[in-house]
Design a binder for this molecule. Sequence first.
Ligand code: PLP
Ligand code: ZN
Length: 404
Amino acid sequence: MAKYHLYCTSCGREIESFGQWFAEGQKCTCGCQRAEARYFADYAKLPELCSRKAENLFHWFDFLPLEHRENIVTLGEGAVPFEEWKCLKDYAKQKYGIDCTPLVSRSDLSGGTGTFKDPAAALGASLFKEWGVKHFCAASTGNTATAFSRYCAEADVKFTIFVPCDVSPDTALTIMSHRQDLRISQGNYADAKKEAAAFSMQTGTLMTAGNIDPIRVESKRTLVFEYLRQIGRMPDVYVQAVSGGTAPIALDKGVRELNAQGMDVRLPRMILAQQDTCDPMVLGWEKARSEGFPEGWEKDFPSVTPRTSISILSTGTPGMFPIVAPIVHKSGGSFVRVKEDSLVELARWIHENTGVIPGPAAMVCIAGFLKALEEGLIHNGDVVSVNMGEGSERNTGFRKAVLA
Ligand SMILES: Cc1ncc(COP(=O)(O)O)c(C=O)c1O
Ligand SMILES: [Zn+2]
């Protein structure tokens, strides 16, 4: 018997498996590219899984859309321990009198490529193996490129990747080291996306459907399981730097899934941060908030020309806003803006206190946590998941600036 089926989120049509999903070009017959998995798993097994140590994403195999364990491609990704950072806790207490528990997740402790996208790439490569997909393509601002390059290489899948012209040289080198097919656009991320779509059409190569891709969402939603495993409950607040917003979409999916099983889990208040040099979601949110969230507010968002040097957070046209912003709204959270020119100084402070040098996107998350405190969005007693992400290993420029 199948472990799961996919269901189109627009028309509800059942798609039997990823095999059918891939065969139909990763979209429903209604044109929708968003589908969610429903599992025939025994959710009563969750407490037992939560009581055990997890080695990687596939600790949650029963709750992932992969039929056979022999197709697992893993490099020890996911399942990173949440770290209680005293400097953040003390800062909240000393500056704002707030007693909270910040729990930091570091992708640099994850296996694979140490990026935000390793769980998605691990599940992706496993599904490609299961369904005989031999070539995949994507446009990416950096981390999807890095992660899929490595995991596809592990699964013997050719990966053609379109990146914007400002891709960090470290990222480009990593991709090439996996001997994948790197195409550097003359233009920005939007141009790279167009080039990837044209390539996919012309060659019939499957392409990632972006932030709503069920591969990404189903893998990333295991964060909900990790909360239950590691802290026994959902955090009260979730902080992340946002570009597209896969994790908020995935957390929402995971929470709805468990509640549909009769469990009582609550979506954390989502605090999504953008740097002032590329902040279209914050702008859209501020407008909606100032107008009292009128009917259709989520469809009203601006495009900006990114002025940021953080290429992985450079989505100028936030096509995901209509999906992500309502999740933030229903969670009782907010978007916040941080200053890109404050990040190096802040990273020095983090380094002095923790020994860790986060990457620039990770610093947007940390700055977002501080901003949320300043705006009164974090309350006494809150457990705050600070989903920081990557270290600075693949951004030597930022690393040097922090150490200067
Ligand atoms: C550290 C970090 N934070 C945030 C993001 C943004 O993720 P998303 O595009 O899903 O919003 C990324 C993307 O790779 C990341 O690496
Ligand atoms: Zn449909």
